[in-house]
Design a protein around this ligand. Structure first.
Ligand code: NOJ
Length: 563
């Protein structure tokens, strides 16, 4: 494996959700100057890449994932001059900036769509996906990810456009050569400025099955499931290879494709360097393990054995064949410490344990803002305090169907995207130090206890632990190159694995529960006696000849043939 030429294999990425990161001008909305002022904080953490969620001009139906102009900056965030300043300031600190590439869809206010919908013979007509209705009904039975039909009638032309997300996010037609070339031009515009790569939004949705067939529809369901006809569609590899050849291959950049519904086998096709597509993908499989058969809002407790099986499968399948991304959190997912950890008594220990478990695996780790201080989910009292359109659409749909208010709120508390989007908690000052104005979404009330200023003061903080894990990754090649072996596969509370390279190995032990775990003596002898403890999440560890893991305890042992 060439870790020298593939710089992103040793990198750690930090995701910034600009709206909620830091507000420099008191309007209640985070902005680019706010990010600039916090770059030194990110340097202190030790990350080397920053992924910015969309900062482009947008009407904000979906907080910037509905782009009106790919080549200008959202007013609320600043100007192109601010962006250039950010890029320069990042470069001075050896930080790369990667941008969100949202090209499955645009905003319905994008100039292309405004033209496309104006008449059937407009030159931009074919940039989007249009179809005739049938007997006054949409062209097929697909439902949108954000609720309702995936089709919207256009008055001017009396036909429908496809929108897999909100009706303000019409899907682009990747079959159109001119559209693809326009996307490539736009990508070059950003790359030529010197950005370090792209995170590609739902990029495995861009190729649709010709004919757009109806999806399977169960009785009682309002819509069919179109996903088999747009996830990993027939031309996806052609499109990605073309994008790579035309654009990406001319730059030394990091690319990560967000790919719901991609299996490890498909991930190999996407990330195997020989195929020249993307460096890595975001899988959703481990994020779906606490959902029932009715989707994300259908809550189901996590079974640790399922999580272990899943992550083991990804680690082993992609070893030497592709590359993994490693993540617990992003702007769409609830906070991991509330989800797979314990955000009460063991918040600090479990946040550190989860970090350890993930960061010692093979792949490129992603940290989502606030994860590094153990930020938790929020439970707002009323639905009006929520801002995310997915959450609001679901709530209103369920209420219309007569669902129980409290039950729906419980799902929102557990899975709603606003859990990740409350403002970054910088200090115990008003609004967590995020803004001097009124924040666009309320701050998590736990800010006086959980904030950056507190964490920076303590060597035992979650922040300090992340800092240390990042340092270890830079120091020990085994973390990047070692193979992966799961241990105690059937243990319901212990996540243990080994990483082995030619001369070095690691043993990672993570207790995912409140219970103590007694490790058997032979384990201690085989793995622990001859190695060095390099990471732990309690202030001190007493290594006797047999050890007990305390609640949410995480230990990492290192051994090297040369020591
Ligand atoms: C995935 C993004 O992560 C999410 O935030 C967004 O709503 C959808 N794609 C649509 O762009």
């Amino acid at each position: 494996m060439n870790i020298e030429t593939n710089w992103w294999k040793k990198s750690v990425v930090y995701q910034v959700y600009p709206r909620s990161f830091y507000d420099s001008n008191g309007d209640g909305i985070g902005d680019l100057q706010g990010i600039i002022s916090k770059l030194d904080y990110l340097v202190e953490l030790g990350v080397d890449v920053i992924w910015l969620s969309p900062i482009y001009d947008s009407p904000n139906d979906d907080n910037g994932y509905d782009i009106r102009d790919y080549q200008s900056i959202m007013d609320e965030f600043g100007s192109m001059a601010d962006f250039d300043e950010l890029l320069e300031a990042a470069k001075e600190r050896n930080l790369q900036i990667i941008m969100d590439l949202v090209v499955n869809h645009t905003s319905d206010e994008h100039a292309w769509f405004v033209e496309s919908k104006s008449s059937v013979d407009n030159p931009k007509r074919d940039f989007y996906i249009w179809a005739q209705g049938k007997n006054g009904q949409p062209p097929n039975n697909w439902g949108s990810v954000f609720g309702g039909s995936a089709w919207q009638l256009n008055d001017a032309t009396q036909d429908y456009y496809l929108h897999l997300f909100s009706k303000k996010q019409p899907d682009l037609n990747w079959e159109n050569d001119e559209l693809r070339q326009s996307v490539y031009d736009m990508m070059r515009f950003w790359l030529d400025k010197g950005i370090g790569g792209f995170r590609m939004d739902v990029i495995n949705f861009i190729s649709k099955e010709p004919g757009l067939p109806n999806g399977a529809q169960n009785e009682g369901q309002a819509y069919g499931d179109g996903s088999p006809y747009f996830i990993n569609g027939p031309k996806i590899h052609d499109f990605l290879q073309e994008m790579n050849q035309e654009v990406l291959s001319h730059y030394d950049v990091l690319t990560v494709g967000e790919m719901p519904g991609a299996s490890p086998k498909e991930a190999i096709d996407y990330t195997n360097p020989e195929n020249k597509e993307v460096n890595m993908i975001f899988t959703f499989e481990h994020m779906d393990l606490d959902s029932g058969s009715n989707g994300k809002w259908d809550l189901k407790p996590l079974n640790l054995i399922d999580l272990k099986d899943n992550l083991e499968k990804w680690q082993i399948s992609l070893q030497d064949k592709g590359w993994n991304s490693l993540y617990w959190n992003n702007h769409d997912q609830p906070r991991i410490v509330s989800r797979f950890g314990n955000d009460g008594e063991y918040r600090v220990e479990s946040a550190k344990m989860l970090a350890t478990c993930l960061h010692m695996m093979q792949g490129t780790p992603y940290i989502y803002q606030g994860e590094e201080i153990g930020m938790t989910n929020v439970a707002f009292e009323t639905i009006d305090q929520y801002k995310d359109l997915e959450t609001l659409n679901m709530y209103h749909e369920k209420m219309e169907q007569g669902a129980n208010h409290d039950t729906v709120m419980q799902s929102i508390y557990a899975k709603g995207r606003d859990n990740a989007r409350t403002p970054m908690q910088w200090s115990s000052e008003k609004n967590g130090g995020f803004t001097t104005g009124t924040p666009w979404i309320e701050v998590n009330p736990r800010y006086s206890e959980i904030n950056v200023a507190n964490d920076l003061q303590s060597e035992q903080s979650v922040f300090a632990h992340y800092q240390q894990l990042i340092k270890l990754r830079k120091q020990l090649d085994v973390i990047t190159i070692g193979d992966f072996k799961i241990l105690f596969k059937d243990h319901a509370q212990l996540f243990a694995y080994e990483r082995r390279a030619e001369k070095e190995s690691l043993l990672v032990l993570c207790n995912f529960s409140k219970d103590e775990i007694l490790l058997k003596e032979d384990v201690v002898k085989n793995y622990i006696c001859n190695s060095k403890l390099i990471s732990h999440n309690y202030p001190s560890v007493d290594l006797l000849d047999k050890i007990e893991l305390r609640p949410y305890e995480a230990l990492v042992f290192y051994s090297s043939a040369s020591e």
